[in-house]
Design a binder for this molecule. Structure first.
Ligand code: IPE
Ligand code: IPE
Ligand code: MG
Length: 241
């Protein structure tokens, strides 16, 4: 147990809130609320486990297409949970970052997120990265537009566009790629999450619905990660040597 390698960066697609609620005959909103409670616990748990970066997919660019009722319930939950998360991350020395296009959120929500980021910017124990209105395609398009503008202004030659350069224009610019991507609820797809960044990540799928995710499920994922032989296109992972 103690000799398990803890992945540096774990990214989680938190799926299954709706099904969790449905199984209990509850409205979807209460599934999302239970999911937020789980997230609150897991931020602490991941920091205690020694994970250095935790990224969670909280709201996708496609999630705006859900019913108006569900979208506004989610926005209300974000409003309610920001101060609660703040207490946890302040107590645990966790730094909050946001990836995704925040500009589509209401000003009060954006202010809450700004405050979360600013009050934790010096924290060093773990980076907690919230993917909000995030989609890989949107992120790449926004990056390519900026690169195109630089090129059009003559600040950049097309041959200077490299993997490193594109990476540096993504929302994740200074965040290392995830080592382990977990998706809950039995679905086995990325749904537009960190598609560029997870090129060589290990993928782990569990049937557990996100509200039921706990320390034990996390450790099962980490054990599975430890049993994999990591390869990076013909090169073995440094941990294998
Ligand atoms: C994930 O749970 C939470 C968000 C996408 C915001 P879902 O709402 O997708 O739950 P299911 O997939 O319907 O069970
Ligand atoms: C992915 O889950 C998005 C989040 C977890 C925020 P979805 O439930 O929205 O994805 P699809 O629709 O099943 O692909
Ligand atoms: Mg879902």
């Amino acid at each position: 147990m103690s000799d398990l390698i803890i992945p540096n960066h774990v990214a989680i697609i938190m799926d299954g809130n709706g099904r969790w609620a449905k199984r209990r005959g509850l409205p979807r909103r209460l599934g999302h609320k239970a999911g937020c409670d789980t997230l609150e616990r897991m931020v602490e748990d991941c920091a205690d486990t020694g994970i250095r970066i935790l990224t969670v997919y909280a709201f996708s660019t496609e999630n705006w297409k859900r019913s108006g009722d569900e979208v506004s319930a989610l926005m209300q939950l974000f409003r309610f949970y920001i101060p609660r998360l703040k207490k946890r991350v302040m107590a645990k020395n966790v730094r909050v970052r946001v990836i995704g296009d925040e500009s589509r959120f209401d000003e009060d929500l954006r202010e809450g997120l700004r405050d979360l980021k600013e009050s934790t910017r010096e924290h060093t124990r773990m980076d907690f990265v919230l993917a909000l209105n995030y989609g890989s395609r949107d992120e790449i398009i926004r990056a390519v537009r900026k690169i195109g503008t630089e090129a059009a202004q003559g600040n950049l030659l097309p041959e200077e566009i490299s993997e490193e350069l594109l990476s540096s224009y993504l929302d994740t610019a200074d965040i290392p790629d995830p080592d382990l991507v977990i998706r809950t609820s039995g679905e086995e797809r990325l749904s537009n999450f960190l598609m560029w960044q997870s090129a060589y990540s290990e993928l782990y799928f569990t049937d557990t619905l996100w509200p039921d995710f706990d320390h034990e499920t996390l450790m099962e994922a980490i054990k599975a990660y430890n049993s994999r032989e990591r390869r990076f296109g013909g090169r073995k992972g440094e941990n294998d040597e």
